[in-house]
Design a protein around this ligand. Structure first.
Ligand code: GCU
Length: 417
């Protein structure tokens, strides 16, 4: 186990723990006890005192502080027209400015039958908008793209060869047929996923003052979350989307991002975390699968520098990830795990949702019905939702079926209910 290891040992590769019996005993910080030791007894104290405290701790100690957004929203519709997807949804592609000189391309599909402003799913993607569907009209990405031998991506140069490669992860036709707008953006448009001194992507538009970068300056997860909020700024003024009914969905590192974006920007109506693991939905103190030490070593740029100090002793963290979920309350949160995705600690992901429950109860809402997760592939849905799909780290049709049911329950699409 990593607790108590002297710091020099942490630079050596540490064997991940996959044994439940080896999980150290731990005590979680109580989301309902304020920093001054007083207990939160009602919704007002939660809202005005404790919630801001927790949000500030995550900003300061984990993900870093984002800058203020630009005052004027600028965007340009790149393309719009009927698509050849099943049901012939309308395709709209919009370039949204994130900050001076940096923009991202938003790809949208809107159901053909529209009787009013639509609820929407918004998600970042890994390999460019072209990767989500073979639709030949999707504008290819030209920004940084994660290297991949499988997809022929060399030197982080975006390639059109990614067209459709990840289509199996996106049930676009089903989403649209159930009355939702589908919206996606390539995460590389917002910030390259590299430990490169924060000199490019949206970070570059907000250069740090001279001297050392502050220890609470924003990392890449904060940058991607910032981008999601700017996309929401655009959706607010798109008459065909109801921006009060936007469900944010993210997988893996982008699931961590979805939770952090939803915590900071209360305009997001619902958040879905898929297999987000360490620094996402999983409890850090369990040290099961990926640990805080290891994530900081391999992906230091995801976080602010203050977070790096906690790898050596995670019990010193003033927060744990159940508190990130609690920041969403009373808005609904769905956590999805996969049984073979031990790196992301499925049980730790369930327990985070479970330990966020007292906040939902304080606000008069229901949480999860039991202390143990539901049987594999079955979904629990209240204000908090959870399932553990059989299989690997991935996003499948079964995951989407549960996400759509959860969104129907809370955002009432008017279709598929
Ligand atoms: C790595 C990383 C995880 C992350 C995942 C992903 O496995 O360790 O924390 O969630 O990549 O984003 O694909």
């Amino acid at each position: 186990m990593m607790v108590g290891l002297p710091t020099p040992l942490l630079s050596r590769p540490v064997q991940a723990n996959y044994e439940e019996s080896e999980v150290p005993s731990y005590e979680l910080p109580d989301p309902l006890v304020c920093l001054d030791g007083t207990r939160v007894e009602d919704a007002q104290v939660w809202r005005e005192k404790r919630r801001p405290e927790i949000l500030e701790l995550f900003r300061d100690q984990v993900y870093g502080r984002s800058p203020r957004p630009p005052r004027e929203l600028e965007f340009e519709v790149l393309e719009e027209g009927p698509s050849e997807l099943e049901g012939k949804p309308l395709r709209r592609q919009v370039r949204v400015q994130l900050a001076a000189g940096v923009s991202c391309d938003l790809l949208m599909y809107l159901p053909q039958e529209r009787t009013g402003a639509l609820p929407a799913f918004l998600a970042l993607n890994f390999y460019g908008n072209t990767s989500v569907h073979p639709d030949p009209r999707i504008v290819p990405s030209s920004t940084w793209m994660d290297e991949s031998e499988e997809f022929g991506i060399v030197d982080n140069r975006a390639t059109e060869a990614t067209r459709g490669v990840r289509a199996y992860r996106w049930e676009i036709e089903t989403i649209v047929s159930r009355g939702y707008a589908f919206c996606t953006v390539h995460y590389g448009d917002i910030d390259p996923d590299h430990d490169d001194g924060f000199e490019n992507g949206v970070h570059a538009a907000f250069p740090a003052e001279a001297g050392e970068r502050p220890a609470d300056a924003w990392g890449s997860i904060s940058a991607w979350a910032f981008g999601l909020s700017r996309v929401l700024d655009y959706l607010v003024q798109d008459d065909e989307v109801d921006a009060t009914r936007v469900a944010l969905m993210g997988h893996s590192r982008l699931g961590k991002t979805a939770l952090w974006a939803g915590a900071q920007d209360e305009r997001f109506a619902l958040v879905i975390s898929n297999n987000s693991g360490c620094a996402g939905a999983a409890l850090s103190r369990r040290e099961f699968g990926e640990t805080v030490a290891r994530i900081n070593e391999v992906f230091p740029h995801w976080f602010c520098r203050n977070f790096h100090a906690y790898g050596a002793d995670v019990s010193r963290l003033p927060v744990d990830q159940h508190m990130l979920i609690s920041l969403m309350a009373p808005r609904p949160v769905y956590v999805a795990s996969a049984s073979e995705d031990l790196w992301a600690d499925p049980r730790g992901e369930f327990l985070s949702a479970r330990h966020a429950q007292p906040i939902y109860e304080l606000l008069g809402l229901s949480g999860l019905p039991g202390d143990e997760p539901p049987p594999e592939d079955e979904s629990w849905q209240g204000s908090l939702g959870y399932h553990r799909r059989g299989g690997e780290h991935d996003v499948t049709a079964l995951d989407w079926e549960h996400f759509l049911d959860f969104a129907d329950r809370h955002l009432s699409s008017g279709k598929g209910l």
